[in-house]
Ligand binder design. Structure first.
Ligand code: SF4
Ligand code: SF4
Length: 227
């Protein structure tokens, strides 16, 4: 069966330590202010039961449905033989129109203009620096201390990500059914970034391209119905 690589965040295990974010910057030489992976912070509920949840977000990696792949007209973004969307090192684009079109097409806010090389940049599952298709893990996965990130071929039932999904999807945990889901899955087909513990309200405040102040930790609040 054709391989399909995916990355899964289990939000129940994420403690917002930013280690994945720092490891990614070190691996790919990403400066302050722009991110291949962002750790978004959400608070909800009211005193005395306030809760905080951290949601790491990256490029949706939606294979041949990828909007950034479709909007790239000069071959600077390609789909590799393993279905991973990545930059074409042989054809970097410095064309402002193409760059703006690519960035505007991205509903996840995962693609940005790299301030050093002036080309677009985004998460490629570390396929440009590691042999991830042969079981080497991406930098964020090996760095996460809580075991909140899983990566691998979801079409292989023996991969660690498939086994983790099989273990949890549909199981009842702390009185709630665990569901593996995708951000904005109704808007974008083929997304290969999965979550456990995602709430609908989170989708409303994530996505859309914005420049970020590196010192500003965005905190979004919402109230759960009935609390
Ligand atoms: S390293 Fe793991 S625990 Fe820390 S912010 Fe990233 S996903 Fe969450
Ligand atoms: S898979 Fe690699 S490029 Fe993507 S967020 Fe993790 S460390 Fe960064």
């Amino acid at each position: 069966m054709k391989k399909r690589f995916a990355l899964l965040f289990d939000l129940r295990r994420c403690n917002g330590c930013y280690a994945c974010h720092v490891a990614c910057k070190a691996e790919h030489n990403i400066p302050l202010g722009v991110f291949r992976i962002r750790v978004n912070t959400f608070e909800y509920g009211g005193y005395p039961s306030v809760k905080k949840v951290f949601i790491p977000t990256i490029c949706a990696q939606s294979g041949d449905s990828s909007p950034i792949l479709k909007s790239c007209t000069d071959g600077s973004i390609v789909l590799d033989g393993n279905g991973i969307v990545k930059k074409n090192p042989e054809r970097p684009s410095y064309n402002t129109k193409v760059i703006n079109r690519i960035i505007d097409s991205d509903p996840y806010g995962g693609v940005f203009l790299h301030p050093y090389d002036r080309c677009v940049d985004f998460c490629d599952f570390c396929s440009s620096t590691r042999n991830v298709v042969a079981d080497e893990m991406p930098a964020c996965v090996t760095t996460c201390n809580t075991g909140a990130i899983y990566f691998g071929n979801i079409n292989d039932p023996e991969s660690s990500i498939s086994r983790y999904i099989k273990k949890w999807d549909g199981r009842v945990w702390k009185g709630e059914e665990v569901k593996v889901s995708r951000l904005k899955e109704n808007e974008l087909p083929g997304v290969n970034v999965l979550y456990i513990g995602l709430k609908k309200e989170m989708e409303e405040v994530i996505g859309g391209y914005r420049q970020f102040d590196p010192t500003f930790l965005e905190v979004h609040r919402w109230r759960e119905k009935g609390r």
